[in-house]
Write a protein that binds this ligand. Structure first.
Ligand SMILES: CC(C)(COP(=O)(O)OP(=O)(O)OC[C@H]1O[C@@H](n2cnc3c(N)ncnc32)[C@H](O)[C@@H]1OP(=O)(O)O)[C@@H](O)C(=O)NCCC(=O)NCCS
Length: 187
């Protein structure tokens, strides 16, 4: 089932037929070095099963990312309900095969997911939980208008909590000024 289409990609529900393709991505340990766990091939099936449960329970989850033309599997991007610092949030997250990186694909996919959260789900805000040293992921968030709200511990590691608000949302929380005295500032 296709959930989102953009000019260059589709996001669709995972199926168990995606296990090998996902395992290739999760098993690239250098590419996945910013995640708390070192994934093994067997983790691909667990992750797909978990997402099938998320689709049923939450209506969203991580979706398989397919490139046009040809619908080649290139990774995942999606929306996951997370609890962070006692608050229920919706997070946009992604991982791409190396060959698909550096072309703005993650930015395009994440932006489409954020729009889906704001328009279809009516969410006021979307977050991304990103390790401070994961500069490519931070660039994706920043190119999509997200800004650092705070630093929090997540899965036992320090993470930056990037946030974007729905354009017409009245709800605003303070965003840290990333251009001054920010130890994680990119500039
Ligand atoms: C994060 C990830 C999805 C980005 O994918 P991508 O398709 O290359 O992203 P984009 O092409 O949309 O944008 C990448 C941006 O990061 C920048 N970038 C890439 N490597 C960088 C580095 N080492 N240092 C600083 N910036 C870097 C790129 O220049 C680009 O920014 P720009 O367009 O302003 O120049 C990809 O690196 C990935 O799959 N990583 C492994 C999984 C992961 O860490 N996921 C995120 C968990 S929070």
């Amino acid at each position: 089932m296709i959930v989102i289409e953009t000019p260059r990609l589709f996001l669709r529900h995972f199926t168990l037929d995606d296990i090998d393709a996902l395992a290739d991505i999760l098993g690239d340990h250098d590419n996945m070095r910013f995640f708390a766990n070192r994934f093994e091939r067997k983790d691909a099936e667990d992750r797909i099963q978990k997402n099938l449960r998320r689709y049923a329970e939450d209506g969203v989850g991580q979706w398989a990312l397919l490139l046009k033309p040809g619908k080649k599997f290139a990774g995942y991007c999606g929306l996951v309900r997370q609890e962070i610092d006692g608050n229920r949030e919706i997070e946009v997250g992604y991982a791409l095969a190396r060959q698909a990186q550096g072309q703005g694909i993650a930015t395009e996919a994440a932006r489409a997911c954020m729009n889906y959260a704001f328009t279809t789900l009516g969410e006021d805000r979307v977050i991304s939980l990103i390790r401070p040293e994961n500069l490519p992921s931070r660039r994706v968030a920043e190119r999509n208008g997200m800004a650092v709200e705070k630093e929090s511990e997540f899965v036992g590691l320090p993470h930056l909590v990037y946030v974007a608000h729905r354009p017409d949302s009245k709800v605003r929380t303070s965003i840290r000024d990333a251009t001054r005295s920010d130890p994680f500032c990119l500039h």
